[in-house]
Design a protein around this ligand. Structure first.
Ligand code: CP3
Length: 365
């Protein structure tokens, strides 16, 4: 083990020059100099790709997440096609809670739907903790992928307790998160019991991925922006901290992302992130002021810009790279996931443009 200047413990073996731990993506996460700004896209594996739609035509979503051969192929598709700087494991945030015994499905066009929503202490008790054996297909897929990817880093991920709780309490996607918030305000004890259990499951799930060889992890708290900062700090931060700080000695950078989180960026960084993901509403230089100079940022092109003519895309990419220079490390990404209707050729062009505009000669540092 070696400790780098950012205080992060690096794992032996994988920090050889040119290996994944020395890749532009991991270097940016650790606020080290990079040859170019690294870029990947949330939801880069998915319906924007015809080769993905072909595989999924005959296989339901959850089944595809449980078949290591399919997980490997789908994860590799955007790396082959776009030349992105990182792969993200093909899975879904509800995979570990399904493994913990919650009866749910991912319904096309809707998202996760839970058969019996979680509303009581007895419901919470029924959510088991998970072991590696419950998610052996993830362990196997990550091991295969690390071999296939070679020097390209693989990002593991999980859903954060608040976003998972929202699906479990609502029973499905929700615009207002009304039932979730009613439970949070009305029965704080039950709320903390639920989130405490979800944090344990999430931590176990991320540890399986790290042990199998992922180079970084991203904790998605997609819906945390529904809360005020005070409520976030009281009801959510302790549980996200349990997950992220629980991985502080794991030797991989931790990214923490949510949507609509302008008011929460500082608190989300405090949860124990090395990199804070920012949506398109907050310019990266402003975000850096809120997050602090001891963390890198990730983002933040509005995915809908990719539906506009190329000159508009190019102007936005230039602006984001410029504003990203205010941060001590910048990973280029979208402000949320790729939309299914986005032309994949535009994504490939964005990768090339980010690399071209940000490439630095070695003597420039
Ligand atoms: O490429 C990647 O980013 C990795 C794959 C990935 C998926 N889900 C695959 C998926 C990741 C990282 C996720 C995380 C996820 N899942 C989040 C957090 C990120 C975010 O978008 O905010 C959330 C909130 C979910 C829950 C979920 N699962 C939703 C809202 C949906 C979309 C419903 C729909 O059909 O529009 C899903 C299904 C899902 N997860 C798909 C994919 C590729 C679509 C399934 C399909 O192909 O039909």
């Amino acid at each position: 083990m070696t400790t780098d200047t950012t205080g992060t413990v690096a794992r032996d073996g994988d920090s050889r020059p040119g290996g994944p731990a020395d890749s532009p993506f991991i270097r940016a996460c650790r606020r080290r100099p990079v040859p170019h700004t690294p870029v990947w896209f949330m939801r880069q594996a998915g319906r924007s790709l015809p080769e993905y739609r072909q595989i999924r035509a005959s296989v339901p979503m959850l089944e595809s997440c449980r078949r290591p051969d399919l997980v490997t192929e789908i994860t590799l598709q955007p790396v082959r096609r776009h030349g992105v700087d990182a792969a993200i494991l093909f899975s879904d945030i509800v995979v570990p809670v399904a493994a913990a015994g919650v009866d749910l499905d991912i319904v096309p066009g809707t998202g996760p739907v839970v058969a019996e929503p979680i509303r009581t202490a007895a419901d919470v008790e029924r959510i088991r903790l998970i072991t590696r054996d419950d998610v052996s297909y993830v362990d196997e897929a990550v091991r295969q992928l690390v071999v296939e990817l070679g020097d390209t880093p693989l990002i593991g991920f999980a859903g954060a307790p608040f976003t998972l709780a929202s699906y479990l309490v609502e029973g499905g996607p929700s615009r207002t998160h009304a039932k979730t918030k009613a439970l949070m305000y009305g029965d704080p004890e039950l709320w903390h019991a639920l989130c405490g259990r979800l944090a344990e499951i999430t931590l176990a799930f991320l540890r399986v991925q790290i042990d199998a060889g992922v180079s970084a992890v991203q904790l998605f708290d997609s819906w945390a922006g529904a809360l005020s900062e005070a409520d976030y700090r009281r009801f959510v931060l302790p549980h996200s901290t349990a997950v992220l700080s629980g991985l502080s000695t794991a030797g991989v950078p931790r990214i923490h992302f949510g949507v609509g989180t302008a008011e929460l960026l500082g608190a989300m960084g405090e949860a124990g992130a090395d990199v804070v993901g920012v949506d398109w509403r907050t310019p990266l230089d402003v975000a850096t002021g809120r997050i602090g100079a001891d963390k890198a940022v990730q983002g933040n092109l509005d995915p809908t810009v990719l539906l506009a003519p190329w000159p508009a895309v190019e102007a936005e990419v230039r602006r984001i790279l410029e504003q990203g220079r205010a941060a001590p490390g910048h990973v280029f990404n979208l402000g949320h996931g790729v939309l299914p209707e986005i032309d994949p050729e535009v994504l490939t062009r964005v990768v090339a443009l980010v690399h071209e505009l940000s490439s630095r000669r070695a003597d420039q540092g």
